[in-house]
Design a protein around this ligand. Structure first.
Ligand SMILES: [Cu+2]
Length: 485
């Protein structure tokens, strides 16, 4: 029943959230940027009234659905996926929980092997609106402080060998917004800012090697096989991953948010919308955008005063086939990014954003092949979403790059930030890579649209979007190569 109550709760939350005039305004050392956000919010009132009316209709339909579902529950319980709690939410899986609150953990690969080769040390948290407001994020004033809305990796360190140092990669990575524009009646849902929250999981949902973490059970730790990493004749190796995932529930839609920490040093940032199509208009086409804020701080764990540089890697797609020495050097295809700004993804260029720590060389410190350590942000693209409303200029570009100490704290304010703020020089400190991964959803019969939405019909299956951070020159050779014992 709990699940069902959440569905009914949606329109109320939306009604509250849609009152954008309620956006709170916080003091800031640089007034120009927050002022513009506030002014824009006030201007939207008329349009939001329209959306309000739509949601009142939506509410009536949901109530009808509630009655149908009750009937269904009473007559055929097997059809209702009520998410019954398992006997135990904690299972023993081969990870090392380092802190009492289960928010710091270590995983070593290969799993269950004393002769492990690589490892991740991860600190995660789920923060509420109160903490987010203190950090400068803006939410409608009627959203309550205790609501959990930010599932973040506070820090992640990778060890590319048993004898290697820990290398910090992430510094505060989380979905900043779950943005769902519908292509009708100008309907827009800012589901993270206005509507939903993270909800408890049960261990069964994590499969045979999954366990919930923390007292609130908001996060699942799930170990996965991810297929063959390498094969040649009789040498082969299965690749592995620790996924930390959570569920952000925003009424009829619910989102799976996942960080995949792989044995080869890569990190996948994944999001999948699932749940139910819009009950009032289950045919309505829409876009699911996950607006990622990926804080990168690439440094040795104990390195003092590290400097990071940023560049855009763009393969020259129209290069002639003739031998070209310029294609073989260290900096080929990398154009330095010296100031905050944005870049677009070009399919023929395989565009990636690269963060480098020029002072750290792990692969061959004194040899001719020495290369500084880097991580590349590489989207796995279904398509590129562009939205044209004046309050969605954050969707104009595929990558945004800012300093961690700049005043922009939410993805949805990026367009305004760059309209009003002179780009600041990147000074080598912590950087934030912002990227929106998108899934277009044109509802189909497989979503249950033919018979309308109800708990037994109308489910939208999970559709994943992904962007990855991949290591470059952290290893002295091919990682995870040998056969595990
Ligand atoms: Cu959808």
């Amino acid at each position: 029943m709990k699940h069902f109550l959440r569905i009914v709760g949606l329109p109320l939350l939306l009604l509250m959230g849609m009152s954008v005039t309620g956006v709170s305004h916080q003091d800031n050392a640089e007034p120009a940027f927050p002022e513009i956000v506030k002014a824009r919010a006030e201007k939207l009132t008329a349009r939001d009234q329209d959306i309000l009316r739509l949601n009142i209709e939506h509410q009536a339909k949901l109530e009808k659905m509630q009655r149908q579902v009750k009937l269904l529950e009473d007559t055929n319980r097997e059809l209702v996926q009520a998410g019954q709690r398992a006997g135990s939410d904690k299972k023993a899986i081969p990870i090392d929980i380092v802190s009492k609150d289960q928010k710091t953990l270590v995983v070593k690969f290969p799993l269950n092997d004393a002769n492990w080769e690589t490892a991740w040390k991860i600190e995660w948290d789920v923060e509420n609106i109160g903490a987010a407001r203190k950090a400068g994020l803006i939410f409608p004033k009627d959203r309550e402080d205790h609501t959990p809305v930010l599932f973040k990796i506070k820090k992640a360190f990778f060890k590319p060998g048993k004898a290697s140092p820990w290398v910090q990669v992430l510094d505060d990575a989380h979905p900043s917004e779950l943005y769902v524009p519908y292509y009708f009646r100008d309907t827009r849902f800012f589901d993270l800012r206005d509507a939903g929250e993270y909800v408890p999981l049960n261990a069964q949902e994590g499969g045979p090697r999954g366990t919930t973490l923390g007292k609130d059970r908001f996060v699942m730790a799930e170990l996965r096989d991810r297929g063959v990493a390498y094969k040649n004749e009789n040498v082969s190796r299965r690749a592995e991953e620790l996924a930390l995932w959570a569920n952000f529930n925003a009424g009829n839609y619910t989102y799976l948010i996942e960080f995949g920490f792989m044995d080869d040093g890569a990190i996948a940032f994944r999001h999948a919308p699932t749940g139910y199509n819009l009950p009032s208009d289950h045919f309505a086409s829409h876009m699911h955008n996950c607006c990622w804020r990926i804080g990168v701080h690439l440094k040795l764990e104990n390195e003092l005063a590290p400097k990071n540089t940023v560049g855009v890697s763009r393969w020259p797609g129209n290069t002639p086939n003739a031998p070209n020495a310029a294609l073989e050097n260290k900096t080929l295809d990398v154009e330095p990014i010296k100031a905050e700004g944005f870049r677009d993804w070009e399919p023929t260029e395989f565009t990636k954003i690269r963060v480098t720590n020029p002072a750290v060389i792990l692969n061959e410190p004194n040899g001719p092949n020495s290369r500084a350590i880097s991580y590349d942000l590489a989207p796995i693209v279904h398509g590129i979403a562009r939205h044209s409303r004046s309050d969605e200029t954050f969707s104009k570009h595929d990558f945004w790059i800012t300093r961690a100490d700049s005043s922009v704290k939410q993805y949805i304010h990026l367009g305004d930030y760059f309209d009003k703020q002179k780009p600041r020089a990147l000074d080598g400190g912590k950087v934030i890579l912002w990227h929106m991964s998108s899934a277009l959803h044109v509802p189909r019969s497989e979503d249950g649209i033919l018979k309308g939405s109800a708990l037994a019909n109308g489910q939208a299956l999970a559709t994943w979007t992904t962007v990855e951070l991949r290591p470059r020159h952290l290893f002295t050779g091919t990682p995870i190569y040998r056969n595990p014992k």
